[in-house]
Design a protein around this ligand. Structure first.
Ligand code: SF4
Length: 128
């Protein structure tokens, strides 16, 4: 285990925590709680983290409420991508990485929670 190997696997070394969940856990709800934590912990000093963590939480919350839109997963990825590498401290990356990882590994669970007849608001003008 070293910095380069962990980075290649899509994560990073540092202070951290291990969360153990069984397969009955709702991953959308889990990401919602995680996103709320980072939004709450953001000190607000840099814009991508201050604004982006709120966007991430509101998007995941919308999906969890059953009001997700088909474009929301791409929008989540876009917001996370605009946080990563653009903040002063590592909290921004720490907030964005789980979003991308959860969608990558549990995408069907997120898609199932997005209603089939969800709105078609274009990403550029979507309100969250
Ligand atoms: S990335 Fe760090 S410094 Fe920037 S707003 Fe978030 S917590 Fe504050």
């Amino acid at each position: 285990m070293d910095y380069d190997s962990i980075a290649k696997a899509g994560s990073m070394l540092g202070s951290g925590a291990v969360i153990v969940m069984d397969d009955s856990r709702c991953m959308v709800e889990s990401l919602k709680r995680l996103s709320y934590f980072y939004m709450h912990e953001s000190c607000g000093q840099c814009t991508p983290c201050r604004e982006g963590t709120g966007w991430l939480w509101r998007l995941v919350d919308r999906i969890h409420r059953g009001e997700g839109r088909p474009a929301d997963l791409a929008l989540l990825d876009n917001v996370a991508g605009n946080i990563m590498g653009r903040t002063i401290c590592a909290l921004g990356d720490a907030a964005a990485m789980p979003v991308r990882a959860m969608i990558k590994h549990f995408r069907p669970e997120f898609e199932a929670m997005i209603r089939a007849d969800a709105g078609t608001t274009p990403v550029a003008s979507a309100t969250v």
